[in-house]
Design a protein around this ligand. Structure first.
Ligand code: URA
Length: 424
């Protein structure tokens, strides 16, 4: 078998056999397939696609490239939730403790932010002392003790994805449904949960830019989940404007805390409650309305926040030490009208520029900086009224660049829906 024959076969739109995919992936891991050859094969996959069978084989080969977590020592049904990435997406920080406060086991390995999107692990590390690296034994014990543990992915989990994803990131080969689906699902399946819930973000701030590709990705991931007998549910949600008001690590943790205390922004709350009620339905077969009532009760009676405090304490964090910069600027609107759009991608890029995100995995994050939107899509703004508060440290912003993110018009356009579809 030769890697050149495999590249040519995919270039000529033919299906690869499992052995051929194995040859390429394992060869790339052991160095016998070179970066330039793997890039070429990845580009052929981006252009010519993969069948469901090839995608499931690729997922399986990636899973087998490393360790698979054995969570059988955790009592009860274990849930993992994943987001395909967005701006202001602090859903896991609320959803995890909220479900754990109801006895549902959350054993979750999260990622770091890259590009304009944030990552749960970076947000948690904004809490002084929070340890995102637990041994497997401690991880399992903590889930058994308090129903929840949130940690980073270990180096041994799906090493093939780690190496291939890093290459995709710098070769224009991220945007491919089979490559994205196999990358996400290999990590979810190797993480050992019983039920996989995926929030597929769609819109200009997301990887999926339109609803058709988001649905196709969701269907593919559900199919992969079925092949492993892991119920996989995808919720497709809008990511045209940032989720909630806060963008930036410490600011997002503070907003998550407000939400856990029952004072969250309505869009964040809607996504959290929808995802949680679906999960409760899958775990306990509880009707949706009953589940929603229960969830609101946990937010309003302090139980969800109490669970978050327990989680932070168990992982060494100091909940009262979440630093936010005191260099704050108020950006005011230069006109009056209805806000018909807030460009999530652009806001995410501004947040990254001021230090809240990174360009490469080695960049250091400034947890204290970010933006808080004072207005959301559908709101009316007066001239000179505040649109955004910006928290800065050592980098500057351009006011006009921030104002450009807002589309302000005389007429109110119809409000876009937040929850677009459920695929299972
Ligand atoms: N997230 C992943 O983990 N992998 C992808 O390919 C895209 C988003």
């Amino acid at each position: 078998m030769s890697i050149i024959d495999i590249i040519n076969k995919k270039r000529n739109r033919k299906q690869l056999t499992r052995e051929e995919i194995e040859f390429a992936v394992n060869g790339y891991l052991d160095g016998s397939v070179k970066d330039y050859q793997m890039s070429s094969l990845l580009m052929a996959i981006v252009l010519n696609g993969m069948t469901a069978r090839e995608t499931i084989d690729l997922t399986d080969i990636m899973i087998k490239s490393g360790d698979v977590l054995d969570l059988s020592k955790i009592d009860g049904i274990i849930v993992d939730k994943h987001s395909t990435g967005g701006v202001g997406d602090k859903v896991t920080l609320v959803l995890g403790p909220l479900l754990a406060s109801l006895g549902i086991k959350i054993a979750k390995m999260s990622g770091r932010g890259l590009g304009h999107t944030g990552g749960t692990i970076d947000k948690l590390e904004a809490i002084e002392g929070f340890n995102t690296k637990l041994s497997e034994k401690k991880f399992i014990k903590q889930v058994n003790d308090i129903n929840i543990a949130l940690v980073g992915q270990t180096a041994d989990l799906v090493p093939a994805d780690k190496k291939i994803y890093a290459l995709r990131d710098v070769t224009g080969t991220v945007e491919s449904l089979p490559l994205i689906a196999s990358s996400i699902m290999s990590k979810k399946i190797a993480s050992g949960a019983d039920i996989i819930m995926i929030d597929v973000k769609v819109g200009n701030g997301a990887l999926m830019k339109n609803i058709d590709s988001a649905k196709a990705l969701a269907k593919l991931m559900v199919k992969i989940g079925k092949a492993y007998r892991k119920p996989t549910i995808c919720l497709i949600t809008n990511m045209e404007e940032p989720l909630g008001n806060a963008v930036g690590n410490s600011l997002e943790v503070k907003e998550a805390i407000d939400t856990l205390k029952g004072n969250g922004p309505s869009d964040l709350l809607e996504v959290v409650i929808t995802l949680c009620s679906i999960i409760i339905g899958a775990v306990n077969k509880m009707p949706n309305n009953e589940a929603k009532n229960l969830l609101f009760k946990q937010l309003n009676n302090g139980e969800a926040y109490k669970k978050f405090e327990e989680l932070v304490k168990a992982q060494g964090g100091k909940i009262n030490n979440i630093k936010i910069s005191d260099k704050v600027f108020s950006i005011k609107s230069d006109r009056e009208g209805y806000i018909n759009n807030i460009d999530a991608l652009h806001i995410g890029e501004i947040a990254k520029k001021i230090g809240a995100g990174r360009n490469t995995l080695d960049d250091k994050i400034d947890y204290e900086v970010g933006l808080v939107l004072n207005k959301k899509v559908g709101d009316y703004v007066e001239k000179e009224e505040e649109l955004v508060k910006v928290y800065l440290k050592d980098k500057d912003i351009s006011i006009s660049e921030i104002l450009e993110c807002f589309t302000i018009e005389e007429e109110l356009k119809s409000n876009p829906k937040l929850i677009l579809d459920i695929i299972k």
